[in-house]
Design a protein around this ligand. Sequence first.
Ligand code: UDP
Ligand code: MG
Length: 192
Amino acid sequence: LSVVIPVYNEGESLGELHGELADVARQQQYDLELVFVDDGSTDGSWAEIERLASQDPRVQGVRFRRNFGKAAALRAGFQAARGEVVFTLDADLQDDPHELPRFLEQMNTGLDVVSGWKQVRHDPWHKVGPSRVFNWLVGWLTGVRLHDHNCGFKCYRREIFDEIRLYGELHRFVPVLAAARGWRVGEIAVVG
Ligand code: UDP
Ligand code: MG
């Protein structure tokens, strides 16, 4: 199993995130690989990634010269990842690593992509409203009806990325691109 984490100025949260991931790996006895991709951070993120890597052989770091955006960061992470199954989660502690087993349960029902859905959102109405419209519109246009296309917390069979190349804003549409190529896509509600 691999976890790919795009990092843009998240130095403060990386230690805690690593601790939680290590916790889940221990509880579930996962053979876990952690790929932190520093997308040109200007804070102490890279020093923090190096510190984690020196303490934990499961940690790998990839560093960009400058900020290339989340899709590029994820793509570099998928290229570095060796697990058959790859999770992505945001570095800002808004995604709870303790959900990993539930993603895997869904994958084991025969899915190739499982997308997270923050069913209960802690965001103000001016963010929730447009997000509802966006999700409805994407679902209507593409036929891939997910509640939360934008959620950064997802789980993929890695082979998918032999066929899909991410750039620009495409990281939001992996389930759509994957479904169009015949991969099976599902979702689970996650705590947000
Ligand atoms: N991120 C990144 N490059 C960027 C912007 C963001 O790698 O140019 C990372 C960021 O560190 C976080 C994830 O992508 O781990 C999601 O970013 P953010 O929380 O800003 O997005 P939102 O949650 O609002 O979608
Ligand atoms: Mg976020």
